[in-house]
Design a protein around this ligand. Structure first.
Ligand SMILES: Nc1ncnc2c1ncn2[C@@H]1O[C@H](COP(=O)(O)OP(=O)(O)O)[C@@H](O)[C@H]1O
Ligand SMILES: [Mg+2]
Length: 255
């Protein structure tokens, strides 16, 4: 690491990563990775299973040590995992206000639950919730402290298709309102295209490719989709005519 203290461009960057390395024993999983995310920017991260996406997220969340490089992040990041990780013995508002004192936590939790569409459910119990509702509580818990960086590790992967679409709409609204930088790990190319401003492909421990999606109305999705699937090692040739790509109707990557 250099002697110079890295600083963020205030009001712009939610996180800046330079030369990140993480290894387990002699196995290098992240190898000189660079990444920047701006406030309000929604970045999706695609990559084959085992390529190091969760390892990166845990490093950004400060849940794990790093072996080299720098991670500069101004605000406490918040994480939502594929499993909601709610405490079964605590009411919803206590799950959301985890670690806060009651007087401060209760009104903040109520507001956060209202934002995710669960107004009036403060005193309910996690076991009474559906999978989608549980992820809404997990989202409320992540947002309640106003994080500058929101880290999402396949949070919608276990939900049914309709619930997943509702969650996409909700998360887009919440990000537009609160303007955290977002890094969403997903296996789903279509999800990445429909929800994010920028798509990164992780390979060999680095960000190997980056695609600006911007306002989806202005891009032609199908070539991008085929390109991303190819990046991820999915064979998209038409079996009856190997020269022509087949229409990738519902290809998403297996976990
Ligand atoms: N705690 C750990 N100890 C040893 N190896 C690990 C540990 N966590 C992850 N790995 C290995 O690091 C690689 C990347 O894992 P992970 O970040 O979970 O991948 P992804 O989320 O992209 O599927 C995998 O080969 C995995 O087996
Ligand atoms: Mg993972």
């Amino acid at each position: 690491m250099s002697a110079e203290t890295p600083t963020l461009n205030p009001g712009q960057e939610a996180v800046r990563v330079r030369g990140l390395r993480r290894q387990y024993g002699s196995r290098v999983v992240i190898d000189g990775l660079d990444l920047s995310i701006r406030h309000g920017e929604f970045v999706a991260l695609l990559g084959e299973s085992g390529c190091g996406k969760t390892t990166l997220l845990r490093a950004l969340a400060g849940l794990d040590v790093i072996d080299a490089g720098t991670i500069v992040s101004p605000a406490q990041p918040a994480v939502v995992f594929q499993e909601h990780r709610l405490l079964p013995w605590a009411t919803l508002w206590r799950n959301v206000a985890l670690g806060m004192d009651d007087a401060t936590g209760r009104p903040l939790a109520e507001a956060a639950l209202r934002e995710v569409g669960l107004a009036g459910r403060e005193d309910d119990w996690p076991r009474r919730l559906s999978g989608g509702q549980s992820q809404r509580v997990a989202l409320a818990r992540a947002l309640v402290r106003g994080p500058g960086l929101l880290l999402l590790d396949e949070p919608f992967a276990a939900l049914d298709a309709l619930t997943r679409i509702k969650m996409h709409v909700l998360i887009k609204e919440l990000v537009a309102r609160h303007q955290p930088g977002v890094l969403l790990v997903t296996h789903d190319v279509d999800e990445a295209i429909s929800i994010s401003d920028r798509i990164l492909v992780m390979r060999k421990g680095k960000v190997a490719a980056s695609y600006d999606v911007g306002t989806a109305a202005h891009i032609d999705r199908e070539p991008l989709r085929l390109q991303l699937l190819q990046e991820l090692g999915v064979d998209i040739r038409n079996p009856s005519d190997p020269e022509r790509p087949r229409k990738a109707e519902s290809i998403s990557l297996a976990a």
